[in-house]
Design a protein around this ligand. Structure first.
Ligand code: ZN
Ligand code: ZN
Length: 410
């Protein structure tokens, strides 16, 4: 039994070719995080075409309020940014766009995380709800959020007074494409994704000739000991049943082989799923960085916070209700109850800012064969693209509508 009225499903079916074209239009022209100007303009233009009055919120964020009389207020969020990746999918509509990173580096840009599909599905949900007002009641706030990849967009929209400018919802929904078979979805109850903390650490040494180590404070050796010791945080300081991942993604320093340099830089990326564990890991990391500096006779290192991702919490009651409806909509075998994911998202910031339930699920985008063979490219890969565009988009729209209509259905 579908929660979605037959007229809506028929319209989705009829509009599928236009929806695929819409997806390709966004795929062709991705933009970097917090620079989504063309993307925002294109989203706003579509929304206006359906009689909506989009607002600009948080720089390149776009919000449309679909008002339809008394009833619940709900929000649906789609993220809109691309990534600094050179696309290698070979698709006829592959991106050739370029962008400039905050440090000035020119880069090719790709929708390597599937946010192009999120935009297209979000716009289709807005179109269908606008066109079929007799089939639901209340208010739906469509959030097109920029800057997800750098954890900046949700914050920017909230800091720009989002909930003062549009009605505050009683629940927030969102989803992400993922390389498992199209037509299926996966949903976790409780913790859906990890929190993340990214730090940049600068070690301050003293430069000298390589033959005179007695005059130097060597930040390379200090960095090597610090990084090795940081590997003991998860293995020696965190309970085995708690989830934590700590990765040093970058370590740079030095000029040439016969100079002991004066600085070295490394980054620390921390994933956790519990606030206490998060605090403990961060505390251990800072303690080790300071103590290794003392052991080296070096000044206190500079630790800068690059960014942090908030928790992504799926309200258990709301998730259970939705999961049952998703099973009814898609079929029992097409919905998987999944464990939390190690990756991170800033989606949770919207629901948490209001203390209302949020639910975030994953939508399959690859062919069953490629997935079974382990050949489906993952998010952030230069090869990432849906194998089955209509099934991926159709499932995303259907699950989005199911979530919204279970509270807003007429
Ligand atoms: Zn993403
Ligand atoms: Zn991503």
């Amino acid at each position: 039994m579908s929660t979605i009225a037959p007229a809506l499903l028929a319209d989705l079916e009829e509009g599928m070719e236009a929806l695929e074209e819409l997806y390709r239009e966004f795929h062709r022209d991705p933009e970097l995080s917090m620079q989504e100007h063309r993307t925002a303009a294109r989203i706003a233009e579509r929304l206006r075409g359906w009689g909506l009055e989009p607002l600009t919120v948080g720089g390149t964020g776009v919000v449309a309020v679909i008002e339809n009389g008394p009833g619940p207020v709900l929000a649906y969020r789609a993220d809109t940014d691309g990534l600094p990746i050179t696309e290698d999918t070979g698709l006829p509509y592959a991106s050739e766009a370029t962008g400039t990173l905050p440090d000035g580096t020119l880069t090719r840009v790709m929708h390597g995380c599937g946010h192009d599909m999120h935009i297209a599905a979000g716009l289709e949900i807005a179109r269908l709800l606008s066109a079929h007002r007799a089939l639901w009641r209340g208010t739906v706030v469509m959030l097109f959020q920029p800057g997800e990849e750098i954890a900046a967009g949700a914050r920017a929209m909230l800091d720009d007074g989002l909930w003062d400018r549009v009605p505050a919802p009683e629940a927030v929904y969102g989803q992400h494409v993922s390389p498992f078979p199209a037509g299926r979805i996966a949903v976790a109850s409780g913790t859906a994704m990890s929190m993340a903390d990214s730090l940049q650490v600068t070690l301050h040494g003293r430069q000298a000739h390589s033959s005179r180590p007695e005059e130097a404070i060597d930040p390379i050796v200090q960095g090597a000991f610090t990084i090795a010791r940081l590997q003991t945080v998860v293995s020696r300081e965190i309970r085995g049943s708690d989830m934590a991942v700590l990765t040093i993604g970058r370590f740079a320093g030095g000029l040439k082989e016969n100079i002991i340099p004066d600085t070295a830089v490394f980054t620390v990326n921390i994933r956790t799923q519990d606030e206490k564990v998060r605090a403990r890991v961060n505390e251990c990391v800072r303690r080790i960085i300071s103590a290794e500096a003392a052991a080296s006779g070096a000044p206190e290192p500079t630790v800068e916070k690059l960014y942090e991702f908030p928790r992504c919490w799926n309200d258990p009651a709301e998730t259970a209700a939705l999961e049952a409806l998703f099973r009814a909509e898609l079929g029992e075998d097409r919905v998987v109850s999944s464990p939390p994911v190690a990756g991170s998202e800033d989606f949770g910031a919207f629901a948490d800012s209001l203390g209302v339930p949020g639910v975030y699920w994953f939508t399959g985008s690859s062919s069953a064969e490629r997935h079974a063979a382990g050949e489906a490219a993952g998010n952030h890969s230069p090869f990432f693209a849906p194998d089955d565009v209509p099934t991926t988009l159709g499932t995303a729209v259907r699950t989005g509508l199911t979530a919204l209509l279970h509270r807003a259905g007429a």
